[in-house]
Design a binder for this molecule. Structure first.
Ligand code: AMP
Length: 217
């Protein structure tokens, strides 16, 4: 049966970084809703233009378009064994939609690692984050520097600071997280799926804790 993980936690806590490492280690597809929106924008699709208008304000893209995008993504061959969902679901309506979607693909949400860190840590991480233009690989000016400044180690593309990682938008995103995404913590806790992970630790330790939690399930 396919295995599906939902990585939950505030923006900047390290979901993207961990999802990338985990997808190589446990050989599951990495689905990042934010990356899918950014890719659509880069390719000038209608969905990309719509999404960008919400992303730039730090607001969530409407549920219906987000859910449809994820449904399409899950149909791809690389998700047959399962996937690591990073940034989706982000609202109770999205979580409700996910359950029947996964059963269509012969799976369910197996585990929801909830990665936490204090607000000052996530603000510091977001403001120091640099992202690669080609594939969204993530770096940090303090904790995870590229070998050559401004260049992605993996694909050699330029690193840039996301518009929505700038101070004003970061505040809105954190507010939106507390209002709209936090209810999912209880939602998955009640289902017995939630495992808390201390995201304030260094990247390698967080990965170790995640793998231990996944292997236990
Ligand atoms: P992220 O890359 O996960 O930080 O997402 C960047 C932005 O994309 C968010 O601030 C939202 O505007 C949008 N976004 C990503 N995932 C979702 C989602 N599941 N639902 C609604 N909007 C999303």
């Amino acid at each position: 049966m396919a295995t599906f993980l939902v990585l939950l936690g505030p923006p900047g806590v390290g979901k993207g970084t961990q999802a990338e490492v985990l997808s190589h280690t446990i050989k599951l597809a990495h689905i990042s809703s934010g990356d899918l929106f950014r890719e659509n924008f880069k390719n000038h699709t209608e969905l990309g233009t719509l999404a960008k208008s919400y992303m730039d304000r730090g607001q969530l893209v409407p549920d219906d378009v987000t859910i449809n995008m994820i449904r399409e993504r899950l149909k791809r061959e690389d998700c047959r064994a399962g996937a690591i969902l990073d940034g989706f679901p982000r609202t109770p309506a999205q979580a409700d939609a996910l359950c029947p979607m996964l059963s269509e693909f012969g799976g369910e949400v197996n585990i929801v690692p909830y990665i936490t860190a204090a607000e000052n840590i996530i603000i510091e991480r977001l403001s120091g984050r640099w992202t690669c233009r080609a594939q969204g690989h993530i770096y940090n000016i303090k904790s995870n520097q590229p070998k050559v400044s401004g260049i992605c180690d993996v694909d050699g593309s330029e690193l840039y600071q996301r518009d929505d990682d700038k101070a004003e938008t970061v505040k809105t995103r954190i507010g939106v997280y507390f209002e709209q995404t936090m209810p999912l913590v209880d939602y998955y806790r009640k289902k017995g799926k939630l495992v808390e992970i201390n995201g304030a630790q260094d990247v390698a330790q967080v990965t170790k804790d995640l793998l231990a939690a996944i292997n236990k399930k």
